[in-house]
Design a protein around this ligand. Structure first.
Ligand code: SF4
Length: 466
């Protein structure tokens, strides 16, 4: 612990994806090891921005918050502001930060481990701007402390970066090329989490399907799933994101076979037009994607398939967009995250001609949502009256009188029940289906108390495997 930091408070502002949420746990662990305690932004001596550059709107939020903190810093000149995440990797952002004069420390996406040193220098010296950002990502740094939020579920990174260079995406530039963690390090992390009470782990990577490239001895994602699911006490295992092009039959077989692995695949289609898919550099056609979904549904009974979808990619015509609507109607995704295309500086798509006007993007997004929400509701309605297997996550945030949990297919279920069920798997009868949520009723067993699922999906798989 540094003497200067003892008793000081920190706050972390996290933007963007689950990877950033996981990185923020490491940032918290690092600054707590340096003597800081968690607090609110208003009272903090150190505010850390963990930023996202995937969409323009996320960047704007960050600049807005920095503007607010500028005023706070004038009142309290000792306040330190550190800035990391994907935005920190971009030279134009760093130039702007230097001009703004609010930020003291900038650290890149693979420089988290350098934060304690940068912090100690900033605490010791006169306020000034320092930065540590990578230009050649090195080896994965293991063993950093993390402050895990107590809970039923936890995220575990299995790889960093991406090699795909989809033409709209900044990730290969801000997170670098793909690097996988050693499987043993992943297994050890999961074992530690389960020992601390975690029941469900989600393995994270930009493209988990290509996990293991370059590792010795050779290992792939199907192998990793089998190793992780062998951790005693782990109830459920999830993963995201899967690039459709890299979805092997071997992986699908593993999802079907391994009892802890949940029957849910998030495999972003992004667009339903071949012309747009090619311009996006996605590496598959709509027909290939249709065939993949068929293969997924054949191999993994009951699998939920979800997607990301982008409208308004440069050059997207009315016909292209109609192809996306058509693909969504044919595939019938269980759920989808839908976005308007957002040009990101430095990507190929940002320089493409025929950028689609905002008003058109808005119309297309609304039309797509109408179709997709209708499909999700119809699929959920098929569950009405049926019993589902729910891992209870705790009281619902919107209504603490109720519990919330998820089915194996990742559907959120809310129902009434005692809080002590948190962390257990219970049977819930679906009484009402909504677009994003199922409302249920706990199934009671004879003599009272909640009933566990009669034959759980995991048990059915175990039977299948034997
Ligand atoms: S697969 Fe494409 S969209 Fe996903 S992180 Fe890599 S480059 Fe970005």
């Amino acid at each position: 612990m540094t003497g200067a930091a003892a008793g000081r408070r920190y706050a972390i502002l996290t933007y963007g994806c689950q990877m950033n949420e996981r990185d923020s746990e490491t940032l918290a662990g690092l600054v707590e090891a340096a003597g800081y305690r968690e607090g609110q932004v208003e009272e903090a001596d150190l505010v850390i921005f963990n930023t996202c550059s995937v969409r323009h709107s996320a960047e704007n939020k960050v600049y807005g918050k920095l503007g607010e903190l500028k005023a706070l810093k004038r009142e309290r000149p000792g306040l330190l502001i550190a800035f990391g995440g994907c935005m920190a990797q971009m030279a134009d952002v760093r130039a702007r930060l230097r001009r703004m004069g609010v930020v003291d420390i900038v650290f890149g996406t693979h420089n988290l481990h350098e934060l304690p040193r940068l912090l100690a220098e900033a605490e010791a010296g006169p306020a000034g701007y320092t930065e540590a950002v990578w230009d050649q990502a090195g080896a994965v740094v293991e063993g950093l402390p993390a402050r895990r939020r107590p809970g039923v579920g936890a995220f575990v990174n299995i790889m960093y970066g991406c090699n795909n260079f989809c033409s709209y995406c900044v990730v290969p530039y801000t997170r670098g090329r793909e690097r996988s963690r050693h499987p043993q390090a992943v297994v050890e992390e999961v074992r530690g989490l389960v020992a601390a009470g975690v029941r469900e782990v989600t393995l994270l990577g930009q493209n988990v399907n290509s996990y293991g490239r370059g590792l010795e001895p050779p290992v792939d994602f199907a192998d990793l799933l089998a190793m992780v699911q062998g951790v005693d006490g782990l109830c459920r295992l999830r993963f995201t994101t899967s690039h459709p092009r890299d979805m092997s039959q071997r992986l699908l077989e593993a999802i079907r076979r391994l009892p802890a692995v949940c029957e849910h695949v998030h495999a972003p289609l992004q667009a339903g037009s071949d012309r747009v898919l090619q311009a996006m550099n996605r590496g598959y056609t709509r027909q290939q994607y249709f065939e993949l979904v068929e293969r997924m549904r054949e191999t993994v009974p009951g699998v939920a398939v979800t997607s990301d979808l982008i409208v308004g990619f440069p050059g997207e015509s009315d016909e292209d967009f109609a192809d996306t609507l058509d693909a969504v109607q044919r595939i019938r995704f269980d759920g989808a995250f839908t976005f308007m295309y957002s040009p990101r500086a430095g990507t190929r798509a940002a320089a493409m001609p025929l950028q689609v006007p905002l008003a058109v993007k808005r119309e297309r997004l609304a039309a797509l949502n109408r179709v997709q929400y209708g499909i999700a509701l119809a699929i959920n309605q098929q569950l009405q009256g049926r019993q589902v297997e729910v891992l209870v996550e705790g009281p619902s945030r919107t209504n603490p009188e109720r519990l919330t949990g998820r089915t194996r297919s990742n559907r959120i279920v809310v129902f009434e029940g005692p809080e002590h069920l948190t962390g257990t798997v219970v049977a819930v009868r679906v009484v009402r289906a909504q677009t994003f949520t199922l409302v249920g009723q706990l199934t009671a067993q004879e003599g009272g108390g909640p009933a566990p699922p009669l034959t759980s999906e995991a048990e059915r798989k175990r039977e299948y495997a034997t």
